[in-house]
Design a protein around this ligand. Structure first.
Ligand SMILES: Cc1cc2nc3c(=O)[nH]c(=O)nc-3n(C[C@H](O)[C@H](O)[C@H](O)COP(=O)(O)OP(=O)(O)OC[C@H]3O[C@@H](n4cnc5c(N)ncnc54)[C@H](O)[C@@H]3O)c2cc1C
Length: 409
């Protein structure tokens, strides 16, 4: 009997995971990708130290998916952080848990993992077709591709769409699938930047002097949108850019900040430049006689504040407050910084929005298009960086692969 044929479009971690499950299920799998090679964003994720998943308790882990927890949790139940680590180990790659609880491959890189994975997929019979851009369906329901050799048509018993989100278009995830599915009346939440930087409107002087500087050991406070909840406070580090701020601490808060800017036109965070110092101690030190010293050297000698932290105070604290020790101490512990807009989606680590879960059955098949499954970042969920993205992309890829197998049966 001829094997069933399944087409996977998109060779990121979600599509490759679907291909793996499908090949193991005994179907012929063909992976198509618009780019000259698969896994480009996955490889980029490995450049700065790849977080595969996170080791925190499972309930806390699930909470990172926010409003989409009910949809993502069943997928992760089938491919938990522990299962992901075991899967990586089976590819011959060791992992370790960093001090933040994040899980990394031992060499921090994605390339050896991807190489081993692709080798295993090819051995399992998965075929790869690069430079094949999916353009939608023709009237007969055949899949249409643009290739360097001209148009190509592909028929399959089922299709997995794993086309990625809308950031870093040059790596392949250019979101050109959105109109193709919208034409088929598939509900799609608008793609928005997630894990992104923000614009602030720095002065020319500050931008030139401090652009690219890292702020280490700071905390950000964000007043709750709804007055009943306590203010959010997170400690970590971020970077001053020419246009604003970016980096892990900013990304961790980016979904809420983005939504607040959309609602109010701006969002104000407060920076604690000395998160390990109690306010009273800062007040006492600032108030000590400064003699003939400048304010900058006073702050440096009494509090160890210097460089970009003092630069931020100069940029954001009104001159009158700078000479009032009490006000200056309060500014050091809660310096208001107004964010004006998220940076463009193409610069973001990931995107929010995508195919609505309401359009999918629990196996991730589009109910309006039987036999067509969607997976990965193109679905309408978001999560912070820290391994949550890859774990959920891979878990959803596995779910789509299993879903196809059950549907074919
Ligand atoms: C700088 C950076 C660092 C990151 N670091 C981490 C990290 O450490 N940990 C973490 O969990 N996540 C990280 N991420 C996020 C993570 O890489 C993504 O969430 C993940 O790759 C998404 O997987 P995916 O398979 O859904 O989509 P993608 O990996 O984007 O793959 C989609 C594929 O579909 C192809 N495609 C798109 N449209 C078409 C079409 N029309 N026809 C054919 N092919 C098409 C693309 O070429 C691409 O290969 C990082 C992202 C970036 C940008």
């Amino acid at each position: 009997m001829q094997k069933k044929a399944v087409t996977v479009i998109g060779g990121g971690p979600a599509g490759l995971m679907a291909a793996e499950v499908l090949a193991a299920g005994g179907v012929q799998v063909d992976v198509y990708d618009a780019m000259p090679s698969v896994g480009r964003k996955f490889l980029l994720a490995g450049k700065g130290g790849m977080n595969l998943t996170h080791s925190e308790p499972y309930d806390a882990f699930l909470s990172r998916y926010g409003a989409r927890r009910p949809q993502i949790a069943p997928l992760l139940d089938q491919f938990s952080p522990e299962a992901l680590r075991a899967w990586v180990h089976a590819l011959g790659i060791d992992t370790f848990i960093g001090s933040s609880g994040r899980v990394f491959p031992t060499d921090m890189k994605a390339a050896p993992l991807l190489r081993a994975w692709l080798h295993r997929l090819r051995q399992a019979g998965v075929r790869f077709h690069m430079r094949h851009r999916w353009l939608g369906w023709d009237e007969a329901g055949t899949l249409c591709f643009e290739t360097p050799q001209g148009p190509a048509s592909v028929s399959a018993d089922a299709v997995v769409l794993a086309l990625g989100g809308g950031s870093w278009a040059r790596l392949g995830s250019d979101a050109r699938w959105v109109p193709l599915l919208a034409q088929r009346d598939i509900p799609i939440a608008p793609l928005l930047p997630s894990n992104c930087g923000f614009e602030t409107g720095w002065s020319e002087y500050f931008r030139e002097r401090f652009g690219g500087h890292h702020l280490k050991s700071v905390a950000i406070m964000l007043d709750p949108a709804d007055g009943d909840k306590p203010a959010l406070r997170k400690q970590g580090e971020f970077v001053i850019t020419a246009d604003g701020v970016e980096g892990s601490l900013i990304y961790a808060l980016s979904a809420g900040l983005r939504d607040r800017i959309a609602a109010d036109g701006k969002a104000t965070i407060q920076l604690d430049l000395l998160p390990d110092w109690p306010l009273q101690r800062v007040i006492d030190e600032v108030a000590r006689p400064r003699g003939a010293r400048s304010w900058s050297s006073h702050l440096q000698s009494r509090l160890g504040l210097k460089g970009v932290k003092t630069g931020l105070l100069r940029e954001l604290v009104p001159a009158a407050d700078f000479v009032d020790p009490l006000r200056l101490a309060h500014a050091i512990k809660a310096l208001p910084l107004t964010l004006l807009a998220p940076r463009p989606i193409d610069e973001a680590i990931s995107s929010a929005g995508g195919v609505a879960f309401e359009a999918l059955d629990p196996q991730l098949m589009l109910t309006a298009l039987p036999g067509v499954f969607c997976t990965g970042e193109m679905l309408d969920w978001e999560a912070p960086t820290g391994g949550y993205l890859l774990n959920a992309c891979m878990a959803s890829g596995r779910a789509a692969g299993s879903g196809v197998l059950s549907w074919l049966r």
